[in-house]
Design a protein around this ligand. Structure first.
Ligand SMILES: Cc1cc2nc3c(=O)[nH]c(=O)nc-3n(C[C@H](O)[C@H](O)[C@H](O)COP(=O)(O)OP(=O)(O)OC[C@H]3O[C@@H](n4cnc5c(N)ncnc54)[C@H](O)[C@@H]3O)c2cc1C
Length: 289
């Protein structure tokens, strides 16, 4: 199976459908493969980027001048460890993990059914919604670094905060152990449905977006500040702002990455001028112009 691609278009691998090529794109299927690859490029000083489902990543138009690593299918799996604990591969989509937990009557993972990323991405972003976040159900994870060293980190070794954690950035998360509470399957399924419907009511669907562009400042909502600052109708090229949720920026089909990025900075500046609040980015902007 082909695993290494040159000049692979990154627009195929993110929710904005944007971005130039990666010099090397490595679809990782096993730890041994990674070790071999790292040995072969030992003498080259490549930059690395680890990509999950790309639901929080804007790649720039110039692409990425280095190696983009994406975990392949072998890292997408779910395994029951005990009556309320599961191990999941880092490439597994959050929805699949939520459904697996629900199937096994484990509560506490329902919120994952409305986050479109992978578990690796969810750990990096400490993703969550409606008062829940992955740190609350997290037990431990396994990583590999760019020297091929495998390590395990437990809950007390990682500090999670709003949309992030303090793990070193040169670690590829391989698998994660999550823990919920044994409960009634029907109740769990109802909660999943309720949360999914709530999301549909307040956020746009079937659009090219990476969700919330900015983090919510303490005790404030980024979308409200954007609305208050009269940015809702702002557009640059093919980039605009969702009328349903003003913190969701959209590629209307013809946007370049630079349109989205310029719109982000324009909104940030206007919000600061109008409200005095400096919005911080939630999405990751990667690559060169
Ligand atoms: C429609 C929509 C709704 C959303 N709703 C929510 C929401 O309710 N709550 C929320 O928190 N977010 C939400 N998001 C944002 C996004 O889905 C989350 O941040 C998600 O967890 C990102 O996962 P990903 O796999 O797509 O990560 P990516 O975008 O691929 O990457 C995000 C970060 O994680 C790192 N990363 C990914 N996988 C690994 C790995 N295996 N090892 C090491 N690092 C890794 C990347 O390097 C990058 O820094 C939404 C996005 C969309 C498009």
């Amino acid at each position: 199976m082909k695993t290494i691609y040159q000049n692979e278009k990154l627009s195929k691998y993110n929710w904005f459908n944007l971005g130039g090529p990666a010099k090397i794109f490595f679809k990782l299927q096993s730890v041994d493969e990674l070790k071999k690859f790292l040995k072969n490029i030992e003498d080259k000083k490549y930059n690395f980027h680890i990509l999950g489902a790309g639901s929080n990543t804007l790649f720039r138009d110039g692409g990425f001048d280095g190696v983009v690593i994406k975990l392949g299918n072998n890292f997408s799996y779910t395994k029951l460890l005990s009556e309320n604990e599961i191990e999941v591969g880092a490439a597994t989509l959050d929805k699949k993990v939520s459904d697996f937990a629900s199937e096994k009557s484990i509560a506490g993972l329902e919120f994952l059914s409305c986050i479109p990323g992978s578990i690796g991405g969810a750990i990096c972003m400490n993703s969550g919604c409606y008062g829940e976040e992955i740190s609350k159900i997290f037990c431990s994870l396994k990583t590999i670094n760019f020297e091929g060293k495998i390590e395990t980190y437990t809950k007390d070794q990682i500090k999670f905060f709003y949309r992030g954690n303090n793990l070193k950035k040169d670690l590829i998360i391989l698998s994660v152990i999550l823990k919920g509470v044994k409960s009634d399957k029907q109740k769990i399924q109802q909660k999943q449905k309720k949360l999914i419907n709530k999301k549909k009511e307040t956020q746009p669907t079937r659009v090219k977006t990476c969700g919330s562009t900015f983090k919510n400042p303490k005790n404030k909502k980024a979308w409200k500040l954007i609305k208050l600052s009269e940015c809702s109708d702002m557009k640059i090229g093919g980039a605009s702002i969702s009328q349903k949720h003003n913190n969701f920026f959209l590629n209307n089909g013809s946007a370049k990455s630079s349109d989205i990025e310029n719109l982000i900075y324009k909104v940030k500046e206007r919000v600061y001028k109008k409200t005095g609040t400096n919005l911080d980015l939630e999405i990751k902007i990667i690559g060169k112009n």
